[in-house]
Design a protein around this ligand. Structure first.
Ligand code: PLP
Length: 426
């Protein structure tokens, strides 16, 4: 270890100086120094298979060569690094690549709004625009939803503890049940229909419904395709906009580039972030049906809307993904993971498995609170990063980079099986 490398000992700069708000580092205590593909390395020589992938940001793995080369060339050529929303060659190339490789082949037509670099900022923009276009202020969101922690996004995020941290009123959101198995899916739709159409429902017709097609933070709940299609139809019938939050499960994670392709949706607004910048570089996008693009210039701005390196990386990622058939690979690997997880779940009848593509969850709720967190901790000791999600953190969540080779996927799930065996034996 170089002499000036901080240690993980108690006197680390993190413990001494960083805010108590830090979180993931508490679950995964190590001083990370290097990463490549699906592997993370620490200063003390330990390494891990990464099934966390920056919470779904590193879909193409750590430091993928095909993106790194482009970035290095761009930096060497003194390409623009920051430009607000000025026209740049890097941005033009990203837009053209996104249109040609993502939108056009799917017959989708959207305006691209580059928002501030967090997912929450794209959600804020979507909510503002929906309100502006419809002239209504309410938004329907779902139980279990996660859309970010800035005030507008937090208002449509379901977690009570996160909402309480706002310290102020979070208004204009009505939560309705997500089809997560607690109620029959058709009942959840009937309830929304009733709230929309019953003049005595006590709820105003909303500007929009915001939905995750797979609730990831919510514990890996996959909305049925026919439910999603019926939700879109219901929204259209009532002139309510449909916003799909594809921040975590878009960018090929659930199979197609967009997670809603399996349901044949054409949402009014779509939010993307996390993996769209390709290399873990911050970029967020709001996709807007052209006739809804009613912004006045500068109404939703932000200094960091023009991360040029993210444009370069994002374009390289889309080229590589479409040239190499990543979509089919995600589907194939998804089947492999489903089979592995079915074998793991067979270790104890109280376990349940949910997911699709390369977003999966092992539901340990029937084994009691704290079990999934202990499982995550044991996986970490054995050499695997996997975080918990869902109510009371009872689900172990798997988001491997989409480029993870089969043998590394298998090795990662072998560690899950070992960790689970250790815990079940007590
Ligand atoms: C579905 C979804 N929406 C919104 C967000 C918020 O994104 P950010 O943390 O970049 O603000 C997240 C983050 O995990 C997310 O998973």
């Amino acid at each position: 270890m170089p002499a000036d490398t901080p240690s993980t000992a108690a006197a680390s700069p993190f413990d001494a100086h960083e805010s108590a708000v830090r979180s993931y580092c508490r679950s995964f205590p190590a001083l990370f120094t290097r990463a490549k593909g699906s592997r993370l390395h620490a200063a003390d020589g330990r390494s891990w298979i990464d099934f966390f992938a920056g919470a779904g940001t590193l879909n193409y793995g750590h430091n993928p060569e095909f993106i790194k080369r482009r970035l290095v060339e761009y930096l060497e050529a003194d390409g623009i690094s920051h430009a607000l929303d000025l026209h740049t060659a890097a941005k033009a190339a990203f837009i053209e690549t996104f249109v040609a490789r993502v939108l056009a082949p799917r017959g989708l037509d959207y305006r691209l709004q580059f928002t501030g670099p967090t997912g929450a900022n794209a959600v804020e923009a979507a909510l503002k625009l929906a309100r502006r276009v419809t002239g209504r202020s309410g938004v329907f969101a779902f139980t279990g939803a996660y859309h970010g922690l800035s005030l507008g996004a937090l208002a449509v995020t379901a977690n009570r503890a996160k909402r309480a941290a706002a310290g102020t009123a979070l208004g204009d959101a009505t939560f309705v049940p997500y089809p997560d198995g607690r109620l029959p899916a058709e009942q959840t739709l009937a309830w929304i229909e009733r709230l929309f159409s019953d003049g005595h429902s006590g709820v105003e017709l909303p500007a929009a419904v915001i939905v995750e097609t797979v609730q990831a933070e919510g514990g890996i709940h996959v909305a049925p395709a026919d439910w999603l299609a019926a939700l879109q139809a219901l929204c259209r019938r009532h002139g309510v906009l449909l916003i799909v939050d594809d921040i975590q499960v878009g960018c090929w994670r659930s199979g197609g580039f967009f997670s809603f392709e399996r349901a044949g949706l054409a949402p009014d607004l779509v939010v993307l972030s996390k993996a769209i910048g390709g290399y873990g570089l911050p970029m967020s996008l709001l996709l807007i049906r052209p006739e809804l693009d009613r912004w006045a210039p500068g109404e939703h701005t932000g200094t960091f809307r023009g991360n040029q390196l993210a444009f370069v990386a994002g374009a390289a990622a889309l080229e590589h993904a479409t040239d190499t058939g990543l979509e089919a690979e995600v589907r194939r690997k998804g089947e492999r993971v489903a089979a592995r997880l079915a074998r793991i779940a067979a270790l104890d009848t109280r376990l349940a498995v949910r997911g699709l593509g390369l977003v999966w969850g092992l539901d340990c709720s029937a084994l009691g609170d704290g079990f999934a967190e202990r499982l995550s901790a044991r996986c970490f000791e054995l050499g695997l990063l996997a975080e918990t999600a869902g109510r009371r953190d009872t689900v172990l969540k798997f988001l491997p980079p989409l480029t993870t080779p089969d043998d590394e996927l298998d090795a990662g799930f072998d560690l899950v099986a070992r960790a689970l065996g250790d815990l079940l034996r007590g």
